[in-house]
Design a protein around this ligand. Structure first.
Ligand code: IPE
Ligand code: IPE
Ligand code: MG
Ligand code: MG
Length: 341
């Protein structure tokens, strides 16, 4: 599935900004980051292209343009949110015990967990340093301070969400509201932050900044539920992530939470006994898939994705935004609910 043109438009500028943040950092520690970002292979040899979709940086720059700001000035914020996102992925792959991301071995599976924790933590620090480059773009000290606080608070929300995600692994009493609290932290907070920072840099209008944050937050909820669908029914060739690992890890992803809620009697006992077994093997995974199919979990989950997309679109509906950027934001929202990778 081809990415909308907005992704391509900013890619090289964001890439340049990220490379400037990492420039002259010599320790092999930074080569692990360059590897994760898709710039080099495990031996440090340059690779063409780059790693992820760069969704959060794209949203940040689009928000800046949407409020009639100069997107170039928001590049430090775009780089910062992309680094926070990538820090969270390096740690997430350790936490989830996943060996593959973006079609490549994860950092920990090459360098081991201790070094991967270290590289991820350092990347989080680099995100703050990246944001401090706002000063060079003529952004006031007051706005810089506010931007740092927004980034830190959102990062804490992400980590709180990861706390819940991990703690839910050993629980079977998770309901939809618990699930929503978890993804509001682990995914939606940084998405909201990305738009909030872009808007903050481009305008002083608080209601527009708030509205764009709300767009990002709701889009983040839609995005994560879609991610949960792809984690179970996606095509591994497209997602670049291992299939079925959410079930094996007993993750309370949306389709599972829905099934736990909908099931009654014997079938519920089947599902919970699989989740209580010591290891969920291939047969267990297939049995879970069958139960999910029986309750129509995929269809219901996709409905929720579309509901949050519409909620996101509703938050910007009444805002006075630049027409081209508004179209891009709306196009992106529609793309994300259909995405396969
Ligand atoms: C993956 O995010 C992690 C989630 C929040 C679901 P992305 O799908 O945006 O990751 P990349 O950067 O494009 O690989
Ligand atoms: C996404 O976590 C959120 C963060 C990494 C903070 P997941 O564990 O659900 O995402 P994937 O599927 O590994 O990308
Ligand atoms: Mg994961
Ligand atoms: Mg995870």
């Amino acid at each position: 599935m081809k990415l909308p043109p907005a992704f391509e438009r900013y890619r090289s500028e964001v890439d340049c900004e990220l490379r400037a943040v990492l420039a002259e950092r010599q320790s092999p520690l930074y080569d692990m980051m360059r590897y994760h970002l898709g710039w080099v292979d495990a031996q440090g040899r340059p690779l063409p292209g780059s790693g992820g979709k760069a969704l959060r940086s794209t949203l940040c720059l689009l928000a800046c343009e949407a409020v009639d700001g100069i997107h170039h000035r928001a590049l430090p914020a775009a780089a910062a949110v992309e680094l926070v996102h990538n820090f969270s992925l390096i740690h997430d792959d350790i936490q989830d015990d996943d060996r593959e991301r973006r079609h490549r071995p994860t950092v920990w599976s090459i360098w081991g967990k201790p070094q991967a924790i270290n590289a991820g933590t350092a990347m989080r620090v680099l995100a703050s340093l990246a944001l401090s480059r706002l000063g060079e773009n003529g952004i006031s000290g007051e706005k810089q301070l506010r931007a740092q606080r927004i980034l830190d608070e959102s990062c804490l929300r992400l980590i709180e969400g990861q706390y819940l995600d991990i703690s839910y692994e050993s629980r079977l009493d998770i309901v939809v509201t618990d699930y929503l609290e978890m993804i509001d932290g682990k995914t939606a907070a940084l998405m909201g932050c990305s738009l909030e920072l872009g808007a903050l840099i481009g305008t002083d209008d608080e209601s527009v900044i708030r509205g764009l944050w709300g767009f990002g937050r709701n889009l983040g909820l839609a995005f994560q539920i879609r991610d949960d669908i792809l984690g179970i029914w996606g095509d591994q060739k497209e997602t670049g992530k291992p299939l079925g690992s959410d079930i094996r890890r007993r993750k309370k992803s949306f389709p599972i939470v829905y099934a736990l809620d909908k099931m009654a009697g014997e079938v519920k006992t089947d599902l919970t006994s699989i989740y209580q077994s010591e290891v969920i093997d291939e047969a267990g995974t297939l049995a879970v898939l069958k139960i999910l199919d029986d309750v129509g979990a995929q269809r219901y989950a996709q409905k929720m994705v579309e509901m949050y997309r519409d909620k996101a679109l509703g938050t910007i509906d009444e805002l006075a935004l630049m027409p081209a950027a508004r179209r891009d934001l709306e196009g992106l929202a529609h793309f994300l609910v259909e995405r396969n990778s």
